[in-house]
Design a protein around this ligand. Sequence first.
Ligand code: EPZ
Length: 426
Amino acid sequence: MEKIVIGGGKRLSGELKVHGSKNSALPILAAAVLTTKPCVIHNCPRLTDVDAAIRILTYLGCKVEREDHTVVVDASGMERSDIPDHLMREMRSSVVFLGPILARMGKASLSTPGGCEIGLRPIDLHLSAMRQFGVEIQEEHGRLECICPGQMNGAKIALSFPSVGATENIMLAAATAQGRTVLVNAAREPEISDLADFLNGCGARIHGAGEGTIVINGVKSLSATEHTVIPDRITAATYMTAAAVTHGHLTLRDIIPAHLGPVIPVMEEAGCDISICARDLTISAPPRLRRVHTVRTMPYPGFPTDAQAPVMAMTSIADGTSVIIENIFESRYKHVSELHRLGAHIKVEGRVAVVEGVPFLSGAPVVAPDLRGGSSLVIAGLSAHGTTEITGVRHIDRGYEKIEESLQNIGAQIKRVICDEPEDDF
Ligand code: EPZ
């Protein structure tokens, strides 16, 4: 088993390039099964979730080659339409393969993704949309047996919640469906626009991605494309909090500042100076952070739920009391008990966390409960006095590429060590 060991209190400074977006690369890899021509995907991050998606593609019969951050997917040899339980369980967001497998094969068999550390993660919106395309779905024995007797037909779909995954599955199913699909109350995250750009690059006809209504005019078939994945806005936000808690000065290279629109005001309210030059963002932090009055997580362009945990770590050493309200997932505060072990004063009542800033945190052994909770422990450890040891590193590796190397490069005293203790499970 591995653990991350941090010697806190080091001021971070320098520059970092942010890896490609995990939450953009995953639906784009799934989209590759829609065409029998090879697709070239650049800036694909080297993450364990991406590895899991590649394993699914390979299982389905696709040929996948990866060279550094470029992945080439040739789905011409695809012959399966099922995803076995062990592959589904590796990554619950594998449900995004449902739409493209149905569109390509006319049928699909997946295990129900189930919940995860941050919530129940229902997929009712995905399934009701597939049924509107004409798909028949049997949910039994923990599996989804789906079949589309005829051609998938475009539909007018209104989502009760702007679900990112459901929006992606609908776009993926509609791209080659018969006729027009109009999707109302669509998710507006940048990853949705990136997926639309990829699909349109393959010859799809998708308009309105990034807005509340998306119109997809189905086409007979898709061709090949070469696409570069957008930078990961959540990793960028996480590294901004790392600079913030260490009175640091950091430049993030080759990001898309607009994607950080909801995050920048929070960092400025905490007392950080932020300057933007084209695709570079520079953040300078004060000696003592100020409290952030209220952070509400919302669908984009609201504050991203994925940045809630790192920002909570940041506010835990601010001067004053901050309030965080997690509106997206029902149990996304598992990192709070671990932050308590580092000396944070946080009180949670339902979806509301009240963070009373303390002058400093103190290093301790902690366990990463999930991906973003794990990143918040790294951020807290960077600022804490003394040594912090973090186990459950596999969670962090799902979404951050070589996090310890990136942080070492800007001055952090951080390393990954092999240890023989059994893997902690939160
Ligand atoms: C995507 O998850 C991201 N994952 C999540 O990032 C992110 O937190 C989330 O969007 C919100 O931005 C990927 O893109 C791989 P949702 P997704 O469907 O698609 C409810 C990370 O840390 N809902 O927008 O699963 C659901 O319960 C991960 O990188 C239904 O009720 O998110 C939740 O409360 C974590 N029924 C809310 O919608 C459904 O059918 C948001 O879920 C679907 C969702």
